[in-house]
Design a protein around this ligand. Structure first.
Ligand SMILES: [Zn+2]
Length: 403
């Protein structure tokens, strides 16, 4: 936690490698490409850390909220001057430096950028300003009916800390963080308890891949919603990864469905699974295109994902035909489930696209109840429900082998 305390502030003075009076500033600019600047700022960072340790030992509380500085942490510690040896100080320095480097590389911080609030129009919440829609940068805008509770300009340490504070992204983040954990635990449970009752290694592999793809989808989404308040570059990068997660989830939805539906039609199974894999890889490749996230490609993006989702209808109709039409009992059991899955996802997507219900209650559902939160929660339940359907399908196919 010490590293997080120390790296909390990126003051202009620290960015320029000068001494800073608040005592807890460590500049991420340490990792500038210029080697001389790196050396100069390295010295500055060590100096800052030393000062922080001294202040901490004296139980100094540093709080510079009034001048808009984010260095809001209470300097804590009760060790006293004798308790912090020189070796520990050196260790802290190394840890802080490593932490700063990690954060810089991971979040691609711009050393020249100020992370201070632009003005005082926002509401202060435990050291973090929450902005209203009119005050946030353009790249964070998207839903004018969610009016308050935006985080913006946060450095990494405050981004992590904002996990514990209420903002309009809290439910978006936690719904998918907990969703990811849930799918991970479900994977362990299925692999060790459920699947061995009816299946072998191939079934375990299919179930694992499906649940892993749900975990990839939810974790990439959660991280995107967590870090998008940092800067435009970070938001764009993680938005692309968020889209990649959607492709992965679609693969996870198709994989068990195709695998079990076509158990008795091996050639078609290989064909459809190959097609899905090809399409998902093609979509993921398109995401690497520099224009992918541009406004110009907005329609193409929507069409692409709609086609990818709709393509599942073709193997579905083909499967009905191969099983003898609507009269087949297995068709009557599973087709309503497929239709339900499409309906639930379609309705959730419609709410998300048309910003329902917040368009009728602007500003009233900022923190709880706006469309993106419903979209997240419904998708977690839909993926779980589809997974249960896959297990049901797998158990039936194991009991009724191909003639
Ligand atoms: Zn989302």
């Amino acid at each position: 936690m010490f590293a997080a305390h120390v790296s909390t502030s990126v003051s202009p003075a620290a960015r320029e490698g000068e001494n800073n009076s608040n005592g807890c500033s460590v500049s991420f600019a340490l990792f500038s490409s210029d080697s001389q600047q790196v050396a100069r700022l390295s010295r500055s960072i060590v100096k800052d850390v030393r000062r922080f340790v001294q202040l901490r030992d004296r139980h100094v509380v540093s709080d510079n909220n009034n001048d808009g500085d984010y260095c809001h942490d209470k300097a804590v510690g009760s060790g006293g001057q004798n308790s912090t040896s020189a070796g520990v100080k050196r260790l802290w320095t190394v840890l802080v430096t490593m932490s700063a480097k990690l954060q810089y590389n991971w979040f691609k911080l711009d050393p020249e950028k100020s992370y201070h609030p632009k003005d005082n129009t926002g509401r202060m919440s435990n050291g973090i300003f929450l902005y209203s829609y009119k005050d946030i940068p353009e790249f964070l805008k998207g839903n004018p009916f969610v009016i308050n509770g935006y985080r913006a300009f946060l450095p990494p340490s405050l981004i992590i800390r904002s996990l514990c504070f209420w903002s309009n992204e809290s439910i978006n983040i936690w719904s998918h963080l907990l969703g990811c954990l849930f799918f991970f635990l479900l994977m362990l449970y299925d692999v060790f308890v459920i699947v061995p009752h009816f299946g072998g290694p191939a079934d375990i592999l299919v179930m694992c891949l499906a649940l892993l793809s749900y975990q990839v989808c939810t974790i990439l989404s959660a991280v995107y919603h967590l870090v998008n308040c940092h800067s435009e570059a970070v938001a764009q990068r993680w938005l692309a990864l968020d889209f990649t997660g959607i492709s992965a989830a679609l693969l996870g939805i198709y994989l068990p469905g195709t695998f079990y539906a076509y158990t008795c039609f091996q050639v078609w199974r290989d064909f459809y699974m190959g097609m899905f894999a090809f399409m998902v890889i093609a979509v993921m490749s398109m995401q690497l295109h520099s224009q992918f996230l541009s406004e110009k490609w907005r329609v193409r993006r929507l069409v692409m994902y709609a086609l990818l989702a709709a393509y599942g209808v073709i193997p579905c109709l083909h499967w009905i035909y191969l099983n003898g039409g609507w009269q087949s009992s297995i068709v009557q059991v599973f087709i309503p489930k497929v239709i339900t899955m499409y309906l639930v996802c379609g309705v959730a997507f419609g709410f998300y696209i048309f910003m329902i219900p917040e368009r009728w209650l602007p500003g009233k559902l900022d923190y709880v109840g706006h469309s993106h939160q419903w979209w997240h929660i419904i998708m977690v339940f839909a993926m779980y429900w589809w997974h249960r359907t896959g297990l049901e399908f797998a158990a039936i196919m194991a009991l009724h082998p191909c003639i």
